[in-house]
Ligand binder design. Structure first.
Ligand code: ATP
Length: 354
């Protein structure tokens, strides 16, 4: 069942929390709303859940306009950041809660609760009180409660943010496997790019209530639509230059002089001003070899991070660029040359007017 938002807008006083948003979540997708604090993610989720009515636009689910429908009648499953479990009830009763409010009784409740607890690997915990569980277990109970009603759509608002780093990553993996297994359609909210990439089939990047780009994690990372997405999704340095098209090859002549290949389709005509998006792992770093084809700069910081070493390099004009390379490539204060790794085609954006 597909979820569609059409021209959805919501204001709070002077704040445009959501601005004419069009979005489609396809059946079976794990779809994530990603953006910085205050960009409107929670408001969108609340509109989909039915806790807010939008000022403009429509919410369509399975082909039906549900914009005005109450949360109960929508019947979506919800998991929140603070779990919202009942501390005085047992695990069983917490998971059964949504079923009882739907007037389900007896054997059916038992079956559904057992199934939901098995899904989250807590089937032996039914009699426990919620306070006797760890944070990660409580989060799984909240998920079991949402899944017990067998909702056609699952809404998740930063459900992992109260967990510590290790548990967060483990719960994330479990969540991904579990949701894939049951094939539920899910709409997930987070400000954490890594989490969004790890879990999602598709991600919508939002800024100040507006949609900047929708795509698979790979599309967003490799072909960001604008500067905001390039910077929010991973690390990026933007280098300005001028596009030069030769038959099948597209080259950008950087303002510093070097000419680097970029992906076809990243920009149109020869002479167009562009910004090249450079990711830390796309460059090679070594002693200066050829000033015509390389960018040169001075290493100002070296951080050993295990699987790679991060070098911060200050280019001639003062631009700082981060490069991920093997350890021992250069020392602080050393002059180095940078060029794209063999075979890498960088992504170029048209220069945005200020
Ligand atoms: P966070 O990640 O911090 O939760 P968010 O992206 O979920 O942020 P929202 O909570 O949707 O953002 O808020 C979007 C904007 O709308 C913010 O500027 C917020 O202050 C404002 N806002 C949200 N709810 C209300 C409300 N009930 N009354 C007034 N302003 C609100």
């Amino acid at each position: 069942m597909e979820l569609r938002l059409e021209g959805v807008g919501k204001r709070f006083g002077d704040v445009r929390a959501v601005d004419r948003l069009d979005l489609t979540v396809e059946e079976g997708d794990f779809f994530t709303l990603l953006g910085p604090s205050g960009c409107g993610k929670t408001t969108i989720l609340r509109i989909v859940a039915g806790f807010e009515v939008p000022d403009t636009g429509r919410v369509i689910f399975d082909g039906v306009d549900i914009t005005e429908r109450s949360p109960q009648r929508r019947g979506f499953g919800m998991v929140f950041q603070n779990y919202a479990l009942f501390p005085h009830l047992s695990v069983f009763e917490n998971v059964a809660f949504g079923l009882r409010t739907r007037r389900m009784r007896g054997e059916e409740v038992h079956e559904r609760v057992a199934r939901a607890l098995t899904l989250v690997h807590l089937d032996r915990f039914g009699d426990r009180r919620v306070q006797q569980l760890s944070g990660g277990q409580q989060q799984r109970i909240a998920l079991a409660r949402a899944l017990a009603i067998e909702p056609p759509l699952l809404l998740l608002d930063e459900p992992l943010s109260n967990l510590d780093a290790t548990l967060r990553e483990r719960t994330r993996t479990e969540l991904r496997l579990l949701l894939k297994e049951i094939g539920i359609t899910a709409l997930f909210v987070t400000h954490d790019q890594e989490e969004a990439f790890d879990l999602s089939d598709r991600v919508a990047v939002l800024q100040e209530g507006r949609l900047r780009q929708v795509g698979t994690p790979r599309e967003l990372y490799e072909r960001p639509a604008d500067r905001f997405v390039a910077g929010f999704v991973g690390k990026a340095t933007l280098l300005t230059g001028t596009l030069d098209r030769h038959e099948d090859e597209v080259v950008v002549r950087l303002d510093s002089g070097a000419a680097w290949r970029v992906r076809a389709g990243s920009g149109q005509a020869t002479g167009q001003r562009v910004e090249v998006v450079v990711r830390p792992e796309e460059l090679e770093l070594h002693r200066v070899r050829d000033r015509k084809t390389e960018l040169t700069g001075k290493v100002i910081d070296v951080r050993y991070l295990g699987s790679f070493t991060s070098y911060r390099v200050e280019l001639a004009g003062g631009t700082l660029i981060e490069v991920a390379a093997p350890a021992g490539r250069a020392d602080e204060k050393e002059e180095v040359g940078l060029r794209p790794m063999p075979g890498v085609r960088l992504h170029a954006l048209p220069v945005e007017e200020a």
